[in-house]
Design a protein around this ligand. Structure first.
Ligand SMILES: NC(=O)c1ccc[n+]([C@@H]2O[C@H](COP(=O)([O-])OP(=O)(O)OC[C@H]3O[C@@H](n4cnc5c(N)ncnc54)[C@H](O)[C@@H]3O)[C@@H](O)[C@H]2O)c1
Length: 318
């Protein structure tokens, strides 16, 4: 397999840092660009070159010139659905304008392939025909879903006009170590964090909201597969399984020995009641299937949140 220099935007974030690890493990050279707005430099692999930089910055040109990447894997984004409702201009600025800045550099520097971390959970809206496949008409219910869809259209445009090769990967709810328990996104880490500290979690959608959950190492594996396969494809990386937030709560409860009842509340603005997506096309095109069970993945997630808490407590007592 040919070795690449891969520029990973958002490589200090939850998913991006696992993708960086997987690329490096596969023998590629990795350059990370991340403004650390939600990511952390401690998640960046020690063999990756790191730039603290905004994807909207004109200085991005210097990174392309210095490293001559052949592939760009684009994970940097404003990812918070509620924040996108509160501040749609900021969401569009990072997600749409930031991506256009990146695409311009890709064309100027003759990038071989552009991989994009899109969303299946927020683009399809609330379809009745589930699990949703790629033929499901996109009907986002939030500015975040809309900015991701718009970005997909820009990538397809650059492909038509400039012959840029791409694979768009539509992620489901991704979970695992390094997801922040303090963010607004990432229900598994949030539930684990709250239960470990004895706080009562709120389950939105009265606990009946459902999604599909894929462990982060499976998502990273799909990115490695997409280096060689899936040109000009848009692929759902779904498990095809619906899991309610109540079911998640029940599983995490066992791993944390939590005993209290959760608080049940209605959905918040921009949140969809239920969505899950099938990864059948990704299986055919990439040979990809999720391999980590929900139980094993949640155990690892809880272990990570527990370790983080222990480290933080140790720092505070010093
Ligand atoms: N977590 C999920 O379940 C999920 C689902 C669907 C799609 N996605 C997509 O996957 C990608 C990664 O998400 P994540 O969950 O790892 O979130 P994350 O917040 O951990 O990662 C995003 C990274 O991008 C960086 N970033 C944000 N704005 C930036 C900017 N203007 N310039 C440079 N860097 C910037 C952040 O510091 C962070 O490190 C995003 O594109 C997101 O839309 C995530």
């Amino acid at each position: 397999m040919s070795k690449h220099t891969i520029l990973v935007t958002g490589g200090a974030g939850f998913i991006g840092s696992h993708v960086v690890d997987a690329f490096i493990k596969a023998g590629h050279t990795v350059v990370v660009v991340d403004d650390l707005s939600s990511g952390s430099v401690k998640h960046v692999h020690k063999d990756a070159v790191f730039y603290e930089m905004d994807i909207r910055s004109p200085q991005l040109q210097e990174v392309f010139a210095a490293h001559a990447p052949t592939i760009v894997s684009h994970h940097a984004a404003q990812i918070d659905v509620r924040k996108s409702v509160e501040d749609p201009l900021y969401d569009a600025d990072v997600n749409i304008r930031g991506t256009i800045n990146l695409l311009e550099m890709c064309v100027a520097h003759g990038i071989k392939k552009f991989l994009f971390a899109s969303t299946g959970g927020a683009i399809y809206g609330s379809p009745t025909d589930l699990p949703a496949d790629e033929t499901c008409p996109p009907k986002p219910e939030s500015p975040y879903g809309t900015s991701k869809l718009c970005t997909e259209n820009y990538i397809a445009l650059y492909s038509r006009i400039h012959k840029l090769s791409y694979t768009i990967l539509r992620y489901p709810n991704v979970y695992g170590p390094r997801q922040s328990p303090h963010g607004e996104a990432g229900v598994c880490a949030i539930l684990a964090g709250m239960m470990l500290s004895g706080e009562t979690p709120v389950l939105y959608g009265q606990g009946k909201a459902f999604r599909d959950y894929v462990f982060v190492s499976d998502i990273a594996a799909a990115n490695v597969m997409a280096l060689r396969k899936g040109a000009q494809e848009t692929l759902n990386l779904g498990s095809g399984n619906a899991v309610t937030v109540q079911q998640l709560f029940d599983q995490i409860k066992r791993f944390t020995n939590f005993t209290k009842k959760p608080l049940l509340k209605p959905l918040r603005p921009g949140e969809v009641k239920g969505i899950y997506i099938t990864g059948e096309r990704a299986a055919r095109v990439l040979g990809w299937r999720p391999t980590v069970s929900l139980e094993a993945g949640l155990q690892q997630t809880v272990d990570f949140v527990r370790e983080q808490r222990t480290e933080t407590e140790a720092e505070h007592s010093r």
